[in-house]
Design a protein around this ligand. Structure first.
Ligand SMILES: CC(C)(COP(=O)(O)OP(=O)(O)OC[C@H]1O[C@@H](n2cnc3c(N)ncnc32)[C@H](O)[C@@H]1OP(=O)(O)O)[C@@H](O)C(=O)NCCC(=O)NCCS
Length: 185
């Protein structure tokens, strides 16, 4: 039985593990793992914990999450000050990957200030958990008068692209193999 609840500080390490385990990018070396967690997890858990929902098992351990930044400019400022320098220390290639991910969001941030990431462990996929997390986040954003959200997703990740289309996202642009998708609600 999977429940959905708000993020708690005790979830932080499990979210990092899920981020690494579900990544389509290289994830075996420590440096790759650090890149993934600093780029796709730490900003959100450390700065916007209120905008995170977690899917938990019977032992209240996280098996999936949806994380969101509601305002691109706050995200961008904080990433530049605190997280991009950390990523630069890992290597220039990691820095350019993180920067291109951020700049992709920047290009659409005026119309879509909020963006999200979602990841669920393999064993819990295909059971509606992603849809439940997505609905929870949309309701939460709507209550804050935020009426849309965007994301970027590899075009080759058919499972995710289908999932977003099924959840009322539309592809607004294809850039270098990534689909930029957005949903209004
Ligand atoms: C993408 C992901 C978040 C979807 O969550 P999920 O809980 O597995 O999805 P749901 O069970 O809610 O499925 C909803 C819809 O998504 C689509 N979908 C889900 N799994 C799919 C698969 N393996 N192949 C094709 N479409 C799929 C279907 O349209 C499905 O609707 P249906 O059940 O009526 O057919 C999850 O599979 C995941 O974390 N994948 C690995 C990490 C990842 O790729 N994250 C996104 C990075 S951009």
């Amino acid at each position: 039985m999977i429940n959905i609840r708000k993020y708690q500080p005790k979830d932080k390490e499990n979210l990092r593990k899920i981020c690494i385990a579900t990544s389509k990018l290289p994830n075996e070396k420590k440096v790759d793992q650090d890149f993934l967690t600093v780029t796709f997890n730490d900003y959100y858990t450390e700065n916007e914990p209120d905008n995170i929902f977690v899917a938990v098992n019977e032992d209240d351990e996280a098996v999936g999450y949806i994380i969101c930044s509601e305002n691109f400019y706050d995200f961008y400022d904080t990433m530049k000050k605190f997280y991009l320098p950390e990523i630069r220390e890992l290597g220039f290639n990691y820095y350019t990957m993180a920067l291109s991910e951020i700049l992709t969001h920047k290009a659409f941030s005026k119309k879509y200030p909020a963006h999200l990431h979602i990841d669920i462990l393999d064993v819990c996929q295909g059971q509606g958990v992603g849809t439940r997390l997505m609905n929870e986040l949309k309701a939460h954003l709507k209550a804050k008068r935020i009426n849309n959200v965007m994301l970027s997703c590899g075009m080759s990740n058919k499972q995710a692209v289908n999932f977003y289309l099924k959840n009322d996202f539309k592809i607004i642009k294809n850039i270098f193999g990534s689909a930029i998708m957005a949903c209004e609600f």
